[in-house]
Design a protein around this ligand. Structure first.
Ligand code: HY3
Length: 403
């Protein structure tokens, strides 16, 4: 690797340099932070997340916002030790971050991080992922990884090939898949009244709409584009108007305590909140090979950040909703597209299917609240790697900013 052209005295004069690998999953960035981030304190992953939020949030800002990031940046901080790596239930932990905070789950970053974890060279990253333990399936040439995400353990399968130096490396030609934590719809066809301050122009004379609520590691409100009043479907030219409409819908849901019941995580109060609004256009989208159908969607999360990817946790939430609402058989595979994959002729869509029900619900018919395991598939690619500095005398950029 090339040496830094900046004199070492400058590199080491400010905060510890932060090292990242940069990837994208259907256009959505993941800045994977593997060295230099302050060590989070706590014995559980959620305690470590709370510590990062309370004490190192400015470092999140530094890496996500300008001038090192931008308003749509996304990141993943690797955490070697969690309560579940200690028991062997997980291989490594991860804290997901965006421009306005942190995510309970992130499918696109799970795909990127898992590929990186298979590929990185332990000699160049000493201390990273010390319990690295590939479980290779030689028949399928895949390796398994258990990622401890804030929402729980996600089981990832990464296709591999034999690399030139006798080391396994990821196979960029085949999709990575993950089996998410239990996913379930919490609200089907919920009538949402929209009081005056929570309306937008495209609604016209309507004063309410119908939407669904579903969990895929994070809670999403899922709404058809026509319900929002956009009669011509999802169009990228309407992005600003869609952002204004979904922000109003999000605010209406957050303002009324009656909706809290739809966003209750069974065990973790920290995860009990509306994370994003996904606008669906069921009339568009090309199915990926082997899939039974497709739809296009657009996910707004955080401070109305736009997911470039089809949103992995949202795909799980949507497939769980289809199971509960329409009784789709488990093997029915659906391709979830974003604007980008739709514009690229279907390249980069995420495909989701049901791979199992919770054991205690195995014989029950589909219904709201029923927990299912969803497998989501997608691909991530490397775009680079970086060393980020913060000079001690730089009063502007240490915590990042949005212009
Ligand atoms: O793929 C996902 O699940 C996500 N992408 C950004 C917002 C969500 O966390």
């Amino acid at each position: 690797m090339a040496k830094s052209p900046i004199p070492q005295e400058i590199v080491s004069a400010g905060a510890v340099p932060i090292l990242t690998v940069e990837m994208h999953t259907t256009g959505e960035p993941t800045r994977i932070i593997y060295s230099g981030f302050p060590e989070p304190k706590g014995s559980t992953l959620l305690q470590k997340l709370a510590d990062v939020e309370a004490n190192h949030d400015h470092v999140r800002g530094r890496l996500m916002l300008e001038p090192r990031g931008h308003k749509e940046m996304y990141g993943a901080l690797l955490v070697n030790e969690t309560e579940l790596t200690a028991t062997g239930e997980a291989d490594i932990g991860v804290i997901f971050m965006h421009t306005a905070g942190y995510s309970p789950m992130c499918g696109h970053a799970t795909i990127a991080v898992s590929r990186f974890l298979v590929d990185f060279d332990p000699e160049t990253c000493p201390g990273l992922f010390p319990k690295r333990n590939f479980r290779l399936d030689e028949e399928t040439m895949t390796t398994a990884l258990k990622l401890h995400c804030p929402c729980g353990v996600v089981n990832v399968t990464v296709p591999v090939v034999n690399g030139p130096h006798g080391r396994l490396q990821s196979d960029p030609k085949r999709p990575i898949s993950f089996i998410n934590v239990d996913s379930y719809a919490t609200g089907i066809d919920v009538e949402i009244p929209l009081p005056e301050p929570y309306r937008w122009p495209e609604l016209g004379a309507r004063t309410s709409l119908t939407a669904d609520i579903s969990y895929g590691g994070a809670f999403y409100c899922l709404v058809d584009v026509e319900q929002l009043g956009f009669k011509d479907g999802l169009k990228s030219t309407d992005l600003d108007a869609l952002s204004r409409a979904t922000a109003k819908l999000r605010d209406a849901l957050k303002a009324d305590p009656r909706y809290k019941v739809y966003f209750q995580h069974p065990t973790e109060p920290e995860l009990s909140y509306l994370y994003g609004v996904i606008v669906r256009d069921p009339k568009r989208g090309v199915p990926a090979e082997g899939a039974d159908g497709a739809e296009v969607g657009l996910c707004f999360f955080g401070a109305q950040q736009v997911d470039r990817s089809p949103c992995g946790s949202g795909s799980a939430a949507r497939r769980a909703l289809a199971h509960a609402k329409h009784g789709w058989p488990p093997e029915k595979k659906w391709t979830y597209h974003c604007f980008l994959s739709d514009a690229c002729g279907g390249l980069g869509g995420f495909t989701a299917s049901v791979v199992g029900k919770s054991a205690d619900q195995a014989n029950e018919p589909p219904r709201a609240g029923e927990r299912v395991r969803i497998r989501v598939e997608g691909q991530a690619f490397y775009t680079g790697f970086a060393t980020f500095l913060a000079e001690a005398v730089d009063g502007i950029s240490a915590s990042g900013f949005v212009a």
